[in-house]
Write a protein of this length. Structure first.
Length: 54
C-alpha cells in the first residue's frame, strides 16, 4: 500500500496529497492518469464520475 509520501512525486506536493486524501480536493484528470500508471488500473477508478441520468 502506498503511503502519503509515496504520492508526492505523482501529485506535486505534500499539501495536495493531504487535501486529496482528506476529501478536501478532488483528483484531477491528469492526477488520475498518473495514479493509473503507478497502480496499473484505469484512471476512471480515481475519478468521481456520476452517471448521467436522462
Amino acid at each position: 500500500m502506498a503511503k502519503k509520501h509515496d504520492l508526492i512525486p505523482l501529485l506535486g506536493s505534500k499539501s495536495v496529497v493531504s487535501e486529496i486524501m482528506n476529501g478536501k480536493r478532488e483528483i484531477s484528470l491528469i492526477a488520475a492518469r498518473k495514479l493509473a500508471g503507478r497502480f496499473l488500473i484505469p484512471a476512471e477508478c480515481f475519478l468521481n464520475l456520476d452517471p448521467v441520468t436522462v
